[in-house]
Design a protein around this ligand. Structure first.
Ligand code: ZN
Length: 185
C-alpha cells in the first residue's frame, strides 16, 4: 500500500470507529522532506487521490493553501520529532473530558491507558495557529498524543496505524474516565 492508499484507508477507519466525523480532523504522513496531507474541506470518510496534497516540511509555498488548516501544527510536529504520521481527530469523549477537567491533564484509570499513556496533556491554542503548533509539537516530542481543549486530539506515530492506535487509546481512556467519574458522583 502506498502513502495515499494508507491515508484513504485510515481516513475511513477514523470515521467508522467514531473517533471523528465528516471532514473534522485531518491526517498526514511523512515522505522524505515532504508531507502528504488531507486537503482542506475534504471529507475523511471519502478521501481519494485528489483530496490529498503534497507540501514541503521545511519550506512554505502557495500549495499550503489547499492543505488542511492544521498544516502548521502537522509541519511543526514533523520538524520536532521523527514521526512518520500525524492524526488529528475530534474524538467526542476526549473533547468532553478536556472541557470538564480541572487540570491541564487527564489521568487514565483503565489498564492500557495507565500503561501506554500514563497521562494525557490538555493544551490550548486556536486551530492552525502558531501557538498551537508550538505547544503541540513541544508536548509531542515527549509523548505520543495530546488533547487540544474543546477541540480534539493530535497523535503521532511511526506510521498511520501507530498514530491511529494512540488516538483510539486516548478516546477509550477518556470514555472510561468519564463514565466512572459520572457513576461515582
Ligand atoms: Zn480540528
Amino acid at each position: 500500500m502506498n502513502e495515499k492508499e494508507e491515508l484513504i484507508k485510515f481516513g475511513k477507519k477514523l470515521v467508522e470507529s467514531g473517533l471523528t466525523y465528516a471532514f473534522f480532523g485531518n491526517i498526514s504522513v511523512r515522505k522524505g522532506n515532504k508531507i502528504l496531507i488531507k486537503k482542506t474541506g475534504a471529507e475523511l470518510f471519502e478521501l481519494d487521490e485528489n483530496s490529498i496534497v503534497e507540501v514541503d516540511i521545511y519550506k512554505e509555498s502557495e500549495t499550503d493553501k489547499s492543505a488542511s488548516v492544521e498544516l502548521p501544527v502537522h509541519r511543526e510536529i514533523y520538524k520536532n520529532t521523527d514521526s512518520g504520521a500525524v492524526i488529528h481527530a475530534h474524538c467526542p469523549f476526549a473533547v468532553i473530558m478536556s472541557l470538564i477537567s480541572e487540570n491541564n491533564k487527564i489521568i487514565p484509570i483503565d489498564g492500557e491507558g495507565k500503561y501506554f499513556l500514563n497521562e494525557i496533556l490538555i493544551l490550548g491554542g486556536e486551530s492552525g495557529s502558531e501557538e498551537l503548533a508550538k505547544n503541540a509539537s513541544c508536548a509531542l516530542s515527549k509523548c505520543k498524543g495530546i488533547i487540544v481543549k474543546g477541540h480534539g486530539t493530535f497523535a503521532r506515530g511511526k506510521n498511520l496505524r501507530d498514530a491511529f492506535i494512540t488516538t483510539a487509546m486516548i478516546e477509550n481512556s477518556c470514555k472510561i474516565r468519564y463514565y466512572v467519574d459520572a457513576i461515582k458522583k
